[in-house]
Design a binder for this molecule. Structure first.
Ligand SMILES: NC(=O)c1ccc[n+]([C@@H]2O[C@H](COP(=O)([O-])OP(=O)(O)OC[C@H]3O[C@@H](n4cnc5c(N)ncnc54)[C@H](O)[C@@H]3O)[C@@H](O)[C@H]2O)c1
Ligand SMILES: O=c1ccn([C@@H]2O[C@H](COP(=O)(O)OP(=O)(O)O[C@H]3O[C@H](CO)[C@@H](O)[C@H](O)[C@H]3O)[C@@H](O)[C@H]2O)c(=O)[nH]1
Length: 480
């Protein structure tokens, strides 16, 4: 029986290994982690992450050929294939701070593999890493190998949160990069055989190591660039009376452009886009390519601009001050169908509103109060370390109020800001919400989820990203 061990039981390691276990009953999969709390949760009824369909997959294979454990050394020693899916946060100190990837966790994992491995191993990079990381990992392993043979493969993950199970069941492609030596090719084939249990052969792409590593960073940069492009156009739409949804539809009909990933928003969030672009920027700078670095840096600049522009729009519309005004924030997760808040635009928007002394009250169907208060207290990039190693957020100071109900959040508020596109926000009783709010009552829709015309008929002043402006808003500039 092929034995797989995955180091890192997070958003990638957990779901990916659960699907491998489901689709490959003849493979034994053990997911290990340094976080005892995470492993305990994976072994409980309340999984540590919310992902549609995940519970079902885990229930089918846990205890059969899928196991979660903190006994890292034992399971590394037994495995034929070791996936490494640990955090690769942005460095906060020293050389490359604010841009370069911090490979501490990866290096620790590699040293642990080298320490305990007694037989030959295939080591798979599942984390997103800078190009040439495999070479560094290879050096660590070979210099500490005591005769064991290691083959390093790059097998970046392309799942998106909220649709992870669907993405893993039916991936657009699986990418495997390896050394072009006979041993390297054999290792690529071994991993390919695992995926071939359910992924059609023509969707399994094999490349050299560096192409695989770079493809992951490039894919995320291209995806984020599309959002920044449509968001840049959204600002121009507001200035001219064009409607960004109509523009996106019209350009997306061009088969060379395509319709997906063209929804204007308050900005992209999530643990990957910003981190991976910063990483790409740093690599370009290190290779003496400042023009290329600046090109990609602008994708992040537009994203920051979009978030500030939203906050400015809120404040300027409300007589240039939100001081002491209650503002209801609906949605805190970085997208719908996840409880993940890493780099969510809601953090920047809440901080912007708090900076103008607003009284913010948040409701999100999946995010806990503890998480929201922590997020608002943490410094930039601190969130991307294993939970038990993060600095504690200020626990006594609670910057915002948090409710478990959208109606309670909006009661007595001057404005509502919609920051996540949860389906339930489309179905709220907005007449009831309007009646409970201060007047004039504002709705700032950062995700274009509500029917603005219907809300205007109720009496709201409505702002929707990239849509023709209410007369109230036309004269209130929202430039950063
Ligand atoms: N989240 C996504 O949607 C996504 C998608 C594709 C790729 N990625 C990449 O995958 C990697 C992991 O991301 P994630 O979202 O799963 O992160 P995560 O924080 O959810 O999980 C990482 C886990 O690794 C554990 N860990 C860290 N060092 C360890 C060690 N030495 N030994 C054992 N366990 C260790 C942590 O405790 C944590 O539970 C990152 O490189 C990320 O960029 C993420
Ligand atoms: O048209 C769009 C599409 C997305 N978003 C926002 O962009 C962010 C990222 O969304 P998405 O890409 O769907 O989720 P992630 O889970 O961050 O997945 C991205 O990052 C992962 C980590 O690397 C990759 O594996 C995935 O392929 C890549 O899509 C979210 O805030 C979305 O709301 C928009 O604003 N407009």
């Amino acid at each position: 029986m092929v034995k797989i061990c995955c180091i890192g039981a997070g958003y990638v390691g957990g779901p990916t290994m659960a699907v491998i276990a489901l689709k490959c009953p003849a493979v034994e999969v053990v997911v290990v982690d340094i976080s005892v709390a995470r492993i305990t949760a994976w072994n409980s009824e309340q999984l540590p992450i919310y992902e549609p369909g995940l519970d079902d997959v885990v229930k089918q294979c846990r205890g059969r050929n899928l196991f979660f454990s903190t006994d890292i050394e034992k399971h590394i020693a037994r495995a034929d294939i070791i996936f490494v899916s640990v955090n690769t946060p942005t460095k906060t100190r020293g050389l490359g701070a604010g841009k370069a990837a911090d490979l501490t966790y990866w290096e620790n994992a590699a040293r642990m593999i080298a320490d305990v491995a007694k037989g030959d191993k295939i080591v798979v990079e599942k984390s997103t890493v800078p190009v040439k990381t495999a070479e560094a990992i290879e050096k660590i392993l070979i210099h500490n190998s005591r005769g064991v043979n290691f083959q390093i493969l790059s097998n970046p993950e392309f799942l998106a949160e909220g649709t992870a199970i669907q993405d893993l069941f039916s991936p657009d492609r699986v990418l495997i990069g390896g050394r072009e030596t006979p041993e390297g090719k054999k290792a690529v084939q071994a991993l390919k055989q695992v995926y071939a249990n359910w992924v059609p052969e023509d969707r399994i792409i094999t490349t050299n190591l560096w192409s695989a590593e770079l493809s992951k960073l490039a894919a995320n940069a291209f995806l984020a660039q599309r959002i920044s492009s449509v968001n840049a156009i959204s600002a121009l739409c507001e200035a001219t009376g064009a409607d960004v949804a109509e523009v996106a539809y019209a350009i997306g009909k061009d088969t060379r452009i395509g319709p997906r990933f063209l929804s204007a928003s308050v900005g992209f969030g999530g643990s990957c886009f910003q981190k991976d672009i910063l990483n790409l920027v740093y690599i370009c700078e290190c290779h003496g390519l400042p023009e290329v670095a600046n090109y990609w840096k602008d994708v992040i600049k537009i994203n920051d601009y979009q978030k500030s522009r939203f906050v400015n729009r809120v404040v300027s519309s409300m007589f240039n001050t939100v001081s002491e005004k209650k503002i209801a924030v609906l949605g805190f997760a970085f997208k719908k169908d996840t409880g993940d808040t890493r780099e969510t635009p809601a953090i920047d928007v809440c901080k912007g509103l708090l900076g103008d002394k607003a009284k913010v009250c948040v409701y999100d169907p999946q995010v806990t109060e503890e998480q929201i208060q922590r997020d608002l207290a943490l410094n930039k990039f601190d969130w991307d370390h294993p939970l038990h190693l993060q600095p504690m957020g200020a626990t006594e100071v609670k910057p915002v109020a948090v409710t478990r109900d959208a109606y309670e959040a909006t009661k007595g508020a001057h404005a509502v800001c919609i920051l996540t596109e949860w389906d339930e926000f489309k179905k709220l009783d907005y007449v009831r919400i309007y009646e409970g709010m201060q007047k004039p009552a504002f709705i700032f829709d950062g995700r274009n989820v509500v029917d603005a015309q219907q809300l205007r008929e109720i009496g709201f002043i409505v702002y929707s990203i990239g849509k023709p402006l209410d007369s109230w808003l036309v004269d209130t500039p929202a430039v950063v």
